[in-house]
Design a protein around this ligand. Structure first.
Ligand code: MBD
Ligand code: FE
Length: 284
């Protein structure tokens, strides 16, 4: 147990770092020296302002250096940036939208999850534990038109708060899938309710959280990418009412519009929820 826990931050961090490298997300932007100068100068100025305002000591400066080195060693740059910065990038990228509010992607998306036509059951272990969750809804355009064959990608943690491909011992596509909605944009997916997620406590990010007296929790959430031809891709997360971390998500990624309405399942055990998505047409 100790060894497993000790290995987990670096293992999931490095998996997230590898995933980023393979994702095709580029490490360069179109070279525009003016823009780079502006952004880098602002970042450097912000750091210097903190040093001067807070009279940062050599001891603190060296602790920062050591910590930044460890963030890289633990592979936790994707985790650090997605937890503490991505929410602002997401706000900027989507504030023109009239359709659904989205939320951050986070570090644990993997593309090309096996495709199934709706209705479907997400890939899970035979003895997957948790509360069965029926997740259904309709994908429409902002003008109200149903989007036939919309695509709903869903990924989330298991009942212990772990993601497949980023924690050991979980089948590759567990609780991950791509679902094709019907002609009316309707989807119906049987899955298992995820648990709240704790940022790994034994890596650099966890060290910062403990040293600062913060908590390491994200509320339980479903991750989604919803798409249809001619429409902007929606990356979102959905949350469960009553979760104690909906109001103090470490990743600042909860929005009121993203709270689900959870009802007892109409058939069988567990719960069900209906959530409709509205996608913005791509601007012409
Ligand atoms: C997660 O599961 C997550 O969604 C984010 C944003 C950051 C860390 C872990
Ligand atoms: Fe997540």
């Amino acid at each position: 147990m100790t060894t497993e826990t000790a290995g987990s931050a670096a293992a999931s961090g490095n998996a997230a770092t590898d995933r980023f490298r393979q994702s095709g997300k580029k490490s360069t932007v179109a070279a525009d020296a003016e823009r780079i100068d502006r952004l880098a100068s602002k970042l450097i100025k912000a750091a210097n302002d903190i040093v001067l305002e807070e009279r940062v000591s050599y001891e603190e400066f060296n602790a920062l250096k050591a910590w930044l080195i460890k963030v890289g060693e633990d592979g936790e740059w994707p985790l650090f940036l997605d937890v503490w910065v991505e929410h602002s990038v997401e706000d900027v990228a989507t504030d023109h939208r009239e359709g659904n509010k989205g939320s951050i992607e986070g570090p644990y998306y993997t593309p090309d999850a096996p495709e199934q036509a709706s209705p479907a059951t997400i890939s899970m272990r035979e003895d997957e534990s948790g509360t069965p969750l029926l997740f259904q809804g309709q994908v429409r355009s902002t003008d109200g038109a149903a989007l036939s064959n919309a695509k709903v990608e869903l990924w989330h943690a298991d009942e212990a708060g772990f993601y497949s491909q980023f924690a050991p011992g979980i089948p590759e596509w567990n609780l991950r899938g791509t679902f094709i909605a019907d002609d009316e944009g309707n989807f119906k997916i049987q899955t298992m309710q995820p648990a709240p997620y704790q940022i790994p406590t034994d890596g650099a990010c966890g060290q910062l959280i403990a040293a600062a007296g913060w908590h390491a929790w994200r509320p339980a959430h479903l991750h989604l990418k919803v798409s249809a031809p001619g429409h902007e891709l929606l990356t979102a997360q959905l949350y469960f009412p009553g979760d104690e971390h909906n109001d103090d998500d470490i990743a600042t990624a909860v929005k009121p519009e993203l709270l689900l309405d959870i009802q007892p399942a109409a058939e069988g055990n567990g719960v069900q929820t209906t959530y409709d998505f509205m996608l913005d047409p791509v601007a012409k």
